[in-house]
Design a protein around this ligand. Structure first.
Ligand SMILES: Cc1ncc(COP(=O)(O)O)c(C=O)c1O
Length: 379
């Protein structure tokens, strides 16, 4: 019986001997933070991306917050962004008193629709915060044109999209905008907790490094502070894991793509399940989650429960963020963003990680089909 088989988790980080070795070196060095390993991680990630610099932070959320501060968005300012996102992409604006102005998403990419963003741009608009949701690149050339027209800043939330290619074939996060990545354990690569912000120049890099470190410039003493700062540092223990993960990042991304291809094939015969696109033109998704869309009328909660009974994890992923209580307080309501709300109502994340085997994918798909009333589950 499938229920007797080991459960299939939603996500699973890949931590091996290399991570253990590098972490142990840090532990034995006695330099657990602000050491050479942290600097090395930044350099290696920047080299992988092909950018001049990368500033590590304690999380994707803190990277976003520093980005908002860099752009000077604050009280009275409005920033155009997506309601179909993880809540941190709106919260980072609220931290500084700026207002997220949600605009509906494109039905295929589920990313901020440039036409909706253009329609929402007004006098108070100061910026655009596109989210590359589920690893699919946002429409950056179009959004950059909109930003140029109105003189807006751009902060890219690429926390789910390390390794994605945009419509011009460029790696997400390398277009010269501030861009953030995140390394929670379900991401393309992990440091446990952690993040990066890609600076726009040497000056912004220096300010980012100061603000993440309590407002200390590099040449300052521990108790000297020349601006408001935070403790948003990434420890060297986490950075050591990051170095090992960057070393195998190409392989992690390739294997995620291979698992997605297995799903695409296995789900072809399952009715009522639409699969996510891998790419379009030069756009390439960096596979973060594998999220399908269930047909209208399918009871998603019952499907999740039935899968759970059979040892298969799944999740309604993700809810629209404009409907959370603290964003409703700004006046947002159901029905304002029909494309995003329909995506949120029908999307289901299936187990997805680079080491996922073909038989596990087959089992998930068979159980999903059975849960939808098509055929028997696995034995
Ligand atoms: C789109 C998006 N933005 C921001 C974040 C925040 O990253 P973190 O959890 O590292 O703070 C995440 C991570 O879950 C994310 O998916």
């Amino acid at each position: 019986m499938s229920a007797d088989l080991p459960p299939v988790p939603l996500a699973q980080p890949e931590i091996g001997e290399r991570e253990e070795t590098l972490v142990l070196e840090v532990l034995r060095s006695g330099q657990l933070s602000l050491g050479e390993v942290g600097v090395r991680f930044e350099r290696e990630l920047a080299a992988w991306l092909g950018v001049a610099d990368a500033v590590s932070t304690s999380s994707g959320t803190t990277a976003l917050h520093l980005g908002v501060r860099q752009l000077g968005w604050g009280p009275g300012d409005e920033v155009l962004t997506s309601p179909f996102s993880f809540v941190a992409s709106a919260n980072c604006l609220l931290y500084e008193g700026a207002r997220p102005v949600f605009c509906d998403v494109d039905p295929v990419t589920l990313n901020l629709d440039p036409a909706a963003a253009a329609a929402a741009a007004g006098e108070r608009t100061k910026g655009i915060l596109p989210v590359h949701i589920f690893g699919f690149p946002a429409a950056m050339p179009e959004l950059e044109a909109l930003a140029a027209k109105h003189g807006l800043g751009i902060l890219e939330d690429a926390c789910e999209a390390l390794g994605a290619l945009d419509s011009e074939g460029r790696l997400v996060g390398t277009r010269g905008n501030f861009a953030t990545f995140a390394y929670y354990a379900n991401k393309q690569m992990t440091t446990g907790e952690g993040g990066t912000i890609v600076p726009t120049d040497a000056e912004s890099a220096a300010r980012l490094r100061s603000e993440r470190n309590q407002g200390r410039a590099v040449d300052m003493g521990w108790l000297d502070h020349d601006r408001l700062g935070y403790n948003y540092r990434l420890s060297d223990v986490a950075a050591a894991i990051g170095i090992a993960q960057v070393e195998k990042l190409d392989s992690l991304l390739e294997r995620r793509a291979a698992v997605a291809a297995l799903y695409e094939e296995a789900l072809a015969g399952v009715e009522g399940v639409a699969t996510p696109i891998a790419g379009r033109g030069q756009e390439r998704r960096s596979w973060f989650v594998y999220t399908v869309r269930l047909a209208d009328g399918v009871d998603r909660d019952a499907t999740i429960a039935r899968l759970a009974e059979r040892g298969v994890a799944s999740k309604a992923y993700l809810p629209c963020i404009h409907l959370f209580p603290h964003l409703r307080e700004l006046g947002y309501r159901e029905g304002q963003f029909p494309v995003a709300e329909a995506a949120a109502a029908h999307s289901l994340a299936l187990p997805f990680f680079p080491a996922m085997r073909e038989d596990q994918v087959a089992r998930v798909c068979q159980e999903l089909a059975a849960a939808l009333g098509q055929g028997a589950g696995t034995r």
